[in-house]
Design a binder for this molecule. Structure first.
Ligand SMILES: *[C@@H]1O[C@H](CO)[C@@H](O)[C@H](O)[C@H]1NC(C)=O
Ligand SMILES: *[C@@H]1O[C@H](CO)[C@@H](O)[C@H](O)[C@H]1NC(C)=O
Ligand SMILES: *[C@@H]1O[C@H](CO)[C@@H](O)[C@H](O)[C@H]1NC(C)=O
Length: 230
């Protein structure tokens, strides 16, 4: 298994959800101002997170469509929870998605352990927001909706996120359009306004400011640093 550090840079103005949540064993996380909070008691929630990309059973690290979905295999997630807790981890960003598999057992196990999940909407090979292809289209939105549908019901889904392939500044409007449409879909479909954000390995401040300004802004931004990982 390979872990890398995950830094949540910032989250910007968001709404205070006034809606009721279902029977939840974990307290959902909400955004107020520019911070995360436990919903029921208002204590600030500080993410201590990892990218969670277990390798194949044979130890290989195969990228692509065969990348194992760690949240669909209870033996993998239950094996790893004690290690995550020992490291003080409260949030994971798993490989995925594979919305055709059942994630209930692992999500409940993580909930029992007080661990939250940031869920990728894109898959590694095909459905992503790609400025050079170009952009943002209906088929990717349909794929993202299915990914939202498969995880919005879990109270320990901390938020949704996607990686955008953007090589020039001209590509960022596609990523912002994706954020707008995902947020509209969540708001019109679910009681809980699960936060939606964006991630990249690009630490350019001006791009993150663009992604978090004005309407249809990303609720949070993740900057991934793979320095030091296997
Ligand atoms: C608020 O709830 C969280 C999650 O249950 C808990 O970790 C935290 O200690 C609580 N804060 C207070 C002040 O009770
Ligand atoms: C969610 O939708 C309602 C009704 O259309 C709207 O009033 C509200 O501003 C929306 N909230 C967000 C965060 O978009
Ligand atoms: C944000 O809003 C301001 C004021 O309306 C506008 O001048 C600016 O172009 C907007 N920025 C983006 C990235 O949409």
């Amino acid at each position: 298994m390979a872990f890398s550090s995950l830094d949540i840079m910032c989250c910007w103005l968001f709404l205070i959800s006034l809606l009721q949540f279902g029977q939840a064993e974990v307290d959902p996380i909400v955004i107020k101002g520019s911070h995360f909070f436990y919903k029921t008691n208002g204590t600030a929630f500080f993410i201590r997170g990892l990218s969670y990309y277990p390798f194949g059973i044979d130890g290989s690290a195969s990228l692509g469509s065969q990348f194992p979905d760690p949240l669909a295999d209870e033996t993998i997630c239950r094996r790893d929870i004690p290690y995550l807790l020992a490291l003080g981890i409260n949030t994971i960003l798993p490989a995925g998605p594979n919305q055709n598999l059942d994630h209930t057992a692992c999500m409940n196990a993580f909930a029992d352990a007080g661990i939250y999940v940031l869920k990728n909407l894109h898959d590694v090979t095909e459905h992503t927001v790609d400025g050079s292809i170009p952009g943002w289209d209906d088929s990717t939105m349909e794929f993202f909706k299915e990914a939202v549908d498969s995880f919005a019901k879990f109270p320990n889904t901390l938020g949704f996120t996607f990686r955008a392939i953007a090589s020039s500044n001209n590509d960022f409007p596609f990523a912002k359009a994706a954020i707008r449409d995902i947020k509209d879909y969540i708001n019109s479909t679910y009681e809980r306004n699960v936060p939606a954000g964006w991630w990249s390995g690009d630490a350019s401040l001006s791009r993150h400011e663009y992604m978090t300004c004005n309407d249809s802004k990303a609720d949070f931004v993740i900057v991934l640093s793979y320095a030091g990982s296997d």
